[in-house]
Each structure stands twice: as structure tokens, then as C-alpha cells.
Design a binder for this molecule. Structure first.
Ligand SMILES: NC(=O)c1ccc[n+]([C@@H]2O[C@H](COP(=O)([O-])OP(=O)(O)OC[C@H]3O[C@@H](n4cnc5c(N)ncnc54)[C@H](O)[C@@H]3O)[C@@H](O)[C@H]2O)c1
Length: 389
């Protein structure tokens, strides 16, 4: 039998505890140690997983030779444990998103990874959700024609920045923002869906009227090197029933994709790509089969839309083609962790469990994400567009 990966987790809050439990259940991994500055939390997670508990990650790194370290500390505290693990010679790291909240931290992590030759994955978990895989597939296959515009809004319930982390909430939210916590997901998804397109300019606004200790929202416009323009917006002041609302829409020269990732407030979850009308039917079915083979349950649709409101009709009536979600959404915060472990074991960037979905997000993607998020914050502060190299 192949040797198990000796793993440790640093930061055992909402996400870190999930990581510890996930790694503990994974046959290819032996969870050796867990660390949290809150000792009782470390002891509790250790009791659940059979790992050794530490309240100091430096002591953990001295006591154990680890093949993999997961870092799940609050957004602004990713750099110190990551740099310590790299300095201790840990060859594989998995960091919670965002990579960092400052360019100084992001550059330090990037440089240390390059210097040590270690592998660092960032847990942009949406990249493992089937309907995000389908979104990337449709865009990469050109089924919408040339995408020229899109919008993505990812909003949290106001209870996230006011209550989610208990007495630690103000500290977490005040040292982060909707740009770091939420738009990091969005900018990573956009770079992944539309690869190899890169963001070249950012213009953004923010509002600071309700929360006080952190901006209420960021609303950003991103220009890509292929001319595409995207709006990316994230709020922390929504009085909604659900925890999260996440909506994406992309307009191409020949098609439109709408992806309502979360239900709530009378909106159902949904995913539909209205694709190029000229696509031969057997090709539409081939794309459906390709997605089914990746575990994405979509149907091919051939229909005749006739857009109307009351007495008004806007034409239509032509045969139109689409791919539409059939199965339920899967994924979740641990969905990308399995492929990352497989990538370590297989020594590849695109393991067998993630074939066809592009390389897993690494320190380069994390650096780029931090550059874009930092540019969003700078633009909102100065009122000026920010160019990215
Ligand atoms: N991938 C996703 O979809 C997703 C979803 C939610 C959160 N996150 C990210 O996960 C990270 C953690 O978020 P969370 O909600 O679990 O936060 P959390 O505050 O619940 O957990 C962080 C933990 O780190 C501990 N900690 C702080 N400083 C430490 C140190 N120096 N050494 C050891 N432990 C330390 C805290 O005591 C706490 O237990 C954040 O970066 C967040 O953005 C990712």
C-alpha cells in the first residue's frame, strides 16, 4: 500500500474543522496534528479525529514532519502560518481563499513557494461544483460565441458580518471585506471560466454607511485583455432569508448563459445556456454527453421561445437550442480538496478526478486574485480606474 500523506491543519474554526474531518475520513491521508490558538477547540477537533492538538502551529511544525498542511485561519492571517510551514519544509499546502488580504503578504507567499519548490493550492471551492464546471465548458467550447459582457453578484446575509463568527465576528469582518471574502471567489471563477483571458483594468465603487467597521459592499467593473467587460459585485448588508445569494449571467455574440447558483426569495436555483442557434443537433447532444461524462447532469433542449409580456411580443418563434440543468447542485467547501489530494498523490496539476477542468488553482492564481481584489479596493478608495500589468 502507498504511504499515507501525513497532514496537519492550522486554524480550526468553521472551515478548518471541516478540513480536519474531511482529511480524517480520507484513506490516503493520516491527519497527524491540528493547531488553533484556542486550545479547547484544538483539543476538541483532535478528539474527533485522533490527531495531536497544538495551540501553537510553530510547535506543531517542529513536532511533526508533514506532507500536507491546510491553512484555514481568518482572511488576514494566512501569511504567517503559510510561510512557517514553507520554511519548515512542508512540500504541499492547501490555503483557504483568499490567498492574502495585502499584496505584501501575497508576494511573500508567492516568493516562498517559488523559492522552496513546494506546491500550494488555494481552495477556490466553486471550481469543483458541477454547474461551474459546465459554465466553464460552455464558454471554453465557444457555445455562446464571443462573450462580451457579464455580471456576477455574490451577496451574504447581513448576519455574516454581524454574527457568523460569534464574538470573533467584528475582528474577522473588520480585517476582511466583501472584496476579500466574496469577490475573491468571483474573480477566480471569471479567470477560470474565461482562461486564458486576464483582467487588465478595474474600476470600482464601495459604500460604507451601515456596518461601519467594514465596507457594506464593493461593486466593480473589470476589463479583460480580450475586450470583455464584467461586473462583479458583493454585499454584506442584505436582509435576506438565505445565507448566500449568487447569480451569474454572461452575454455572448451568439448565446447567453444564466446561472442562479442559490435559491431564495422566490428564486429557484437554475442553470441554462442558450447556445449558438447554428449548432448541429448531434453536436448539442455531444456536448451534453461530454458534460454527463464529467458528472454534470444537463439536458439538451430544442424549443421555440416566443418572448411576450401581456400584449407585447418581441418576435422569436425560431428553433433555439440550449443546455439546461437537470440534476441537483453538488459541491460545497470540501469539493476541491479531494482533487487537490489526488493531485499531490499523482504528482500532477490536473488529477484523474478533475480531468478536463484545467489545472487546480495554485499560488499564481492566488497572487492574481489578490492583485485584482486589491485593485478593486484601491479603485473604490481613489475613485480612479486601476490598471493591472
Ligand atoms: N472555500 C470556501 O468556500 C470558504 C468558505 C468560507 C470561508 N472560507 C475561508 O476559510 C478561512 C477560515 O474561515 P472560517 O470561517 O473558518 O474562520 P474562523 O474564524 O471560524 O476560523 C479561523 C480559526 O483560526 C484560528 N486562528 C487564528 N489565528 C491563528 C493562529 N495564529 N494559529 C492557529 N489558529 C489561529 C481561530 O482561533 C479560528 O478557530 C477564511 O479565510 C475564509 O475566507 C472559505
Amino acid at each position: 500500500m502507498r504511504k499515507q500523506l501525513n497532514a496537519g491543519v492550522i486554524g480550526l474554526g468553521i472551515l478548518g474543522r471541516q478540513h480536519a474531518e474531511f482529511l480524517h475520513r480520507r484513506p490516503a491521508v493520516r491527519l497527524a496534528a491540528v493547531a488553533d490558538v484556542r486550545k479547547p477547540v484544538a483539543v476538541e477537533v483532535a478528539a474527533l479525529t485522533g490527531a495531536e492538538a497544538f495551540d501553537d502551529y510553530a510547535a506543531m511544525l517542529r513536532a511533526h514532519t508533514l506532507d500536507l498542511v491546510v491553512v484555514a485561519t481568518p482572511d488576514h492571517l494566512h501569511a504567517a502560518p503559510t510561510l512557517a510551514a514553507l520554511a519548515a519544509g512542508v512540500p504541499n499546502l492547501l490555503l483557504e481563499k483568499p490567498l492574502a488580504t495585502t499584496m505584501a503578504d501575497a508576494d511573500a507567499i508567492y516568493d516562498a513557494v517559488e523559492r522552496t519548490g513546494a506546491r500550494l493550492f488555494v481552495d477556490f471551492a466553486n471550481r469543483a461544483s458541477p454547474l461551474d464546471i459546465a459554465t466553464r465548458y460552455v464558454i471554453q467550447q465557444g457555445l455562446l460565441g464571443r462573450v462580451v459582457y457579464g455580471e456576477a453578484r455574490l451577496d451574504d446575509n447581513i448576519t455574516v458580518p454581524t454574527q457568523m463568527w460569534g464574538e470573533r465576528t467584528r475582528d474577522f469582518a473588520g480585517n476582511s471585506s466583501t472584496a476579500h471574502f466574496l469577490l475573491s471567489h468571483v474573480v477566480d471563477l471569471l479567470r477560470w471560466y474565461f482562461a486564458p483571458a486576464e483582467v487588465t483594468e478595474v474600476y470600482a465603487i464601495s459604500q460604507q454607511a451601515v456596518l461601519g467597521y467594514t465596507p457594506d459592499l464593493y461593486d466593480a467593473f473589470l476589463t479583460f485583455d480580450n475586450g470583455m467587460k464584467m461586473r462583479a459585485k458583493a454585499e454584506w448588508i442584505k436582509h435576506i432569508d438565505e445565507l448566500v445569494e449568487f447569480y451569474l449571467c454572461f452575454s455572448g455574440s451568439e448565446g447567453t448563459l444564466i446561472y442562479n447558483k442559490r435559491n431564495g426569495f422566490a428564486c429557484d436555483e437554475g442553470w441554462r445556456a442558450n447556445v449558438r442557434a447554428q449548432l448541429p443537433l448531434d453536436e448539442l447532444r455531444r456536448h451534453q454527453d461530454a458534460l454527463l461524462a464529467r458528472g454534470v447532469n444537463v439536458a439538451s433542449l430544442v424549443h421555440r421561445p416566443t418572448p411576450t409580456t401581456g400584449q407585447l411580443s418581441a418576435g422569436g418563434g425560431q428553433t433555439a437550442l440550449a443546455l439546461e440543468k437537470r440534476g441537483p447542485r453538488h459541491g460545497g467547501t470540501m469539493a476541491l480538496v479531494g482533487p487537490c489530494i489526488d493531485a499531490i498523490i499523482e504528482g500532477t496539476d490536473e488529477p484523474s478526478s478533475y480531468q478536463g477542468n484545467g489545472p487546480l488553482p495554485n499560488h499564481v492564481d492566488g497572487l492574481r486574485q489578490t492583485q485584482i481584489v486589491t485593485a478593486i479596493i484601491d479603485s473604490a478608495r481613489t475613485g480612479e480606474p486601476v490598471a493591472l500589468g
